[in-house]
Design a binder for this molecule. Structure first.
Ligand code: HEM
Length: 179
């Protein structure tokens, strides 16, 4: 009798805890143990969210031809960028695997920014470019953006989509250019 009473009390306690946790959307402390997003990271996230919201519900991702469409644009961008007179030098020393890794990160980054089902897992733009050759210039950034632009043309991406992709590229300028 005493045992079933304690069992009933325990069950009531568990039910109450579940109700309180779900009602107030409490998260366990381990879920909050990851550090807060830095201002720069949350700015990148906002940019990504903005690009992903397209009136009419037809995401940029879909309009670019989905994952394969974006991957083709990135592959061609890499070809143009690696062969560029001004910035090709930055990629000469990369191993085959480093180039493949960079290519995959770019596909994920652009896919996510366009509202696709990808998750970019690389470093922030500031972290991965700060200090490169003493600081990247606007001209070098323009050469990178030009490579993307040429790849968009090569893949016959329509003007409105081209403008949106290049706007995303440009939104990263202040985090990449240092001088
Ligand atoms: C909008 C312009 C740019 C975008 C979207 C972009 C994107 C990226 C991404 C996603 C990575 C990988 C980050 C990681 O390793 O976690 C990366 C690395 C790299 N970026 Fe950029 N980048 C841009 C501009 C530039 C420019 C202008 C240069 C050179 C002139 C450059 C040179 C490099 C190099 C060499 C790496 C490899 C670093 C490494 O493997 O450790 N990037 N970039």
């Amino acid at each position: 009798m005493k045992l079933s009473k304690s069992l009933a009390m325990l069950l009531t306690l568990i039910c109450m805890t579940v109700i309180v946790v779900t009602t107030f959307r409490l998260s366990p402390s381990f879920a909050r143990s990851t550090p807060m997003m830095s201002a720069q990271e949350s700015a990148e996230k906002v940019t990504t969210d903005l690009i992903a919201q397209v009136p009419g519900g037809n995401s940029l991702y879909t309009r670019l031809g989905g994952y394969n469409g974006i991957a083709a644009v990135i592959d061609d961008s890499a070809t143009f960028i690696f062969a560029d007179q001004l910035i090709g030098k930055y990629f000469i020393g990369l191993s085959t695997n480093s180039k493949q890794r960079l290519r995959q990160l770019l596909v994920d980054q652009f896919c996510q920014a366009a509202g696709g089902p990808c998750v970019y897992t690389g470093r922030t733009m500031k972290l991965s470019h700060t200090g490169m050759d003493g600081g990247l210039t606007n001209n070098e950034f323009n050469a990178f953006a030009n490579g993307v632009s040429q790849a968009l043309d090569k893949n016959r991406v329509n003007q409105p989509e081209k403008v949106e992709v290049l706007a995303f590229v440009n939104s990263l300028r202040s985090r990449i250019v240092e001088k």
